[in-house]
Design a binder for this molecule. Structure first.
Ligand SMILES: [Zn+2]
Length: 352
């Protein structure tokens, strides 16, 4: 309790420093005239409770992401080998012993056993820990970027009329839907890139399943896949959202067609990439985010791939593992998501 009082005192000290409050002999007094920056800071400065709520929610999303990371390891290992995903318990790849539930806890299980099987003491690949932590960090990062910042980097940010706490907008706000949508896309891109790095081909059924999830989310709120086309913030069930379902499906379809064209171009130009995996990553980007974002992502990824190719030519011998186009597309998606608001926007279709 005493610590809470001391922490809220620290927050008041900060507010005092930014000119929002004034310290009198035995209390705090609010300044009658606050500077614009002080006003904005007061709105943005989280009080202790919302700070704690943000921490708890982020940790929850992190744990949720770690479980999905564990499942991603199963997907990447079993799908290319034609093994069933559901209803099959995890087992050690060396001694084939079933792994007990207590050792199967994401991240914690690997750390507790120090990367060795409990029964045969053989090494368990570091990849399991990296993928589980990676997905957990990705989900937690997306949560902070989209929900907690209230879409500060998304195209509709300029429409915000006032600075409010993110908890007041949650869970009915549009940011939660955008967050879930981007999580599905990021998870799918990560799965494709991991299978690509393993030199195995992503089955089409996986990408189609992810596209079906996208369709489900679009029916929930049709605005989430055309954020760069709207002039106002999407709200659930609004006439704008309901009217835009067909526009949303058209936008997804245009993105898919453009992805097929780009994939065909990559094939004709004989680009050094594993074409089918890259085509699926392109298709998902196009279907989820539309043709404009797809074009920017392809430009970033194509430039990175071209530079890598040039560096290999100049060195005359390739060194290290060659990075695939799927990895560049994943990085391009992350870059755009962190700076979407500042990218040039164009109307689609350009002729309409
Ligand atoms: Zn074993």
């Amino acid at each position: 309790m005493r610590r809470c009082v001391r922490l809220s005192g620290c927050v008041r000290e900060l507010q005092c420093r930014f000119g929002i409050y004034r310290k009198t002999s035995n209390s705090w007094e609010r300044q009658s005239v606050a500077t614009p920056i002080a006003e904005e800071l007061e709105y943005r400065m989280p009080d202790l409770l919302s700070l704690l709520a943000t921490l708890v929610f982020t940790l929850y999303v992190f744990a949720f992401g770690a479980c999905f990371g564990s499942f991603l390891n199963v997907i990447v290992w079993r799908i290319p080998r034609g093994l069933p995903i559901a209803f099959a318990r995890s087992h050690c790849p060396h001694c084939n012993t079933m792994i007990p539930g207590s050792d199967n806890i994401p991240i914690v299980g690997w750390l507790r056993l120090r990367g060795r099987c409990r029964f045969c003491r053989q090494q368990i690949s570091m990849r399991y820990l990296v993928v589980e932590t990676g997905v957990a960090l990705l989900f937690a990062g997306l949560f902070l970027l989209i929900v907690v910042s209230q879409g500060a980097t998304l195209p509709q940010h300029g429409q915000a009329s006032q600075f409010t706490n993110w908890l007041t907008d949650f869970p009915n706000g549009w940011t939660l839907q955008v967050f879930l949508h981007q999580c599905v896309l990021g998870y799918a891109l990560l799965a494709i890139l991991l299978m690509d790095q393993e030199r195995s081909e992503t089955p089409w059924s996986f990408s189609l399943f992810m596209a079906a999830l996208h369709l489900g989310l679009v029916c929930w709120n049709p605005a989430i896949n055309q954020l760069d086309q709207l002039t106002q913030r999407p709200t659930l069930g609004s006439p704008l959202a309901l009217a835009s379902l067909s526009a949303s499906l058209n936008y997804s379809l245009s993105g898919g067609v453009l992805a097929l064209v780009l994939g065909g171009l990559a094939r004709v130009l004989k680009l050094p990439c594993r074409v089918r995996n890259s085509l699926q990553a392109l298709l998902l980007l196009g279907v989820f985010l539309g043709p404009i974002v797809l074009a920017w992502a392809a430009l970033i990824a194509g430039t990175a791939q071209g530079m890598q190719w040039l560096a290999g030519k100049l060195r005359a011998r390739p060194s290290g593992p060659v990075l695939g186009l799927a990895l560049h597309l994943f990085c391009a998606w992350l870059i755009i998501l962190c700076s979407w608001r500042w990218w040039p926007r164009a109307e689609w279709p350009p002729w309409g």
